[in-house]
Design a protein around this ligand. Structure first.
Ligand code: COA
Length: 330
């Protein structure tokens, strides 16, 4: 049943979202849109927005503090910190190094990774790899974003979607009860031009890019790509793991848009009722949507230890990452 080796167990989770709420009614005052359109096309009602002096590191530290409090865990002996983010406080140093310093974790490696909205799943995949290989024993994996700082609030096609938040999980060595069953990673870089934010280069292949510094997307193309290819990726993952979708208790797709998730469920034949999302009150928080959805599942009494969970991230790159885990944090 397990198609990857695993000696690693997810033992705890914590999350954080900023206090400030941006509702659809607020957006109606900023751009030509309305609550009915946004809810019908995306399923989003509200998103959380960081303060001007609140950055991704702050959100991530708060998520770890939440984890420590709830699970009575120490992170002082963590030996690797992996942060998935597209909105680090600085280009460098990394958010992971800032977290290491802020929490006084003395003997840890620290790195940020960028796999956009699939980054949290990439982080878990890597954490399982290093722990199983015996390279690390206790790894913090985070997905944290302050997308509001790179969102153009005069562009109604993007500003309705994005929000801020963070999630953290702890992955620890455990040979007897490992969490990780199977994984599937893929990239379609030729589609990179459909979702980007410029850096040093203002061109991609022959395309001149929009150099505003904001998130730029061709929403229809991204939508079409996701609803076509995610069901295929899920199928490939199930075949690889020799499991059937019926064996999955909860599907946790990246919360980009509720309509996209409905379409993915319909095409893959997975019941929407067994899906956990964080879209309605947090919007698309990129790397953070999956841990925020797991948290919601726990709070609502749905997600239980022993449940088999299919995590599936997808986004700018274009990249995808699927992972089947047994949920082991109560
Ligand atoms: N309010 C009201 N009308 C809007 C609007 C808004 N916020 N945004 C766009 N519209 C209009 C368009 O201008 C268009 O008008 P027209 O027909 O007169 O030209 C109409 O609504 C339909 O636009 P369209 O782009 O076809 O809408 P859509 O149903 O595809 O929804 C998105 C747009 C952005 C919500 C949708 O494409 C989407 O979610 N795409 C994926 C984005 C994503 O997930 N990105 C991150 C991936 S990790």
């Amino acid at each position: 049943m397990s198609s990857i080796s695993s000696k690693a167990k997810i033992t705890a989770i914590g999350t954080y979202v900023p206090q400030r709420t941006l509702t659809n009614a607020d957006l109606e005052k900023m751009v030509d849109t309305n609550d009915e359109w946004i809810v019908r096309r995306t399923g989003i009602r509200e998103r959380r927005i960081s303060q001007p002096e609140e950055f991704t590191t702050d959100l991530c530290v708060a998520a770890i503090e939440n984890l420590i409090e709830r699970y009575n865990k120490s992170v002082k002996d963590v030996d690797l910190i992996i942060v998935s983010t597209t909105t680090p406080d600085y280009v460098f140093p990394s958010v992971a190094s800032q977290i290491q310093a802020r929490l006084g974790i003395e003997n840890a490696g620290a790195l940020d990774l960028n796999a956009t909205c699939a980054g949290f799943v990439y982080g878990l995949h890597l954490a399982n790899g290093v722990v199983t290989a015996g390279l690390n024993k206790k790894v913090l994996v985070l997905g944290g974003e302050t997308l509001s700082k790179v969102t153009d609030y005069s562009d109604r096609t993007t500003c309705i979607l994005f929000g801020d938040g963070a999630g953290a999980v702890l992955v620890e060595y455990d040979e007897e009860n490992p969490s990780f069953l199977s994984s599937y990673l893929t990239s379609a870089g030729e589609g990179g031009v459909h979702l980007y934010r410029t850096g040093l280069s203002k061109k991609m292949d022959l395309n001149e890019l929009n150099d505003s510094g904001y998130i730029v997307q061709n929403g229809r193309e991204v939508y079409r790509w996701a609803v076509t290819t995610v069901p295929l990726g899920m199928k490939a993952l199930m075949e690889k793991s020799r499991l059937d979708l019926k064996d999955i208790d909860w599907f946790v797709p990246h919360s980009a848009n509720l309509r996209m998730i409905e379409s993915i469920c319909e095409k893959s034949g997975f019941p929407i009722e067994k899906t956990l999302t964080s879209i309605e009150y947090f919007g698309n928080t990129s790397s953070a949507t999956i841990p925020l959805a797991l948290e919601k599942g726990i709070m609502e009494g749905k997600l239980q230890p022993g449940d088999r969970v299919l995590l599936y991230g997808f986004g700018g790159g274009l990249v995808q990452a699927g992972l089947i885990v047994e949920w082991t944090a109560s």
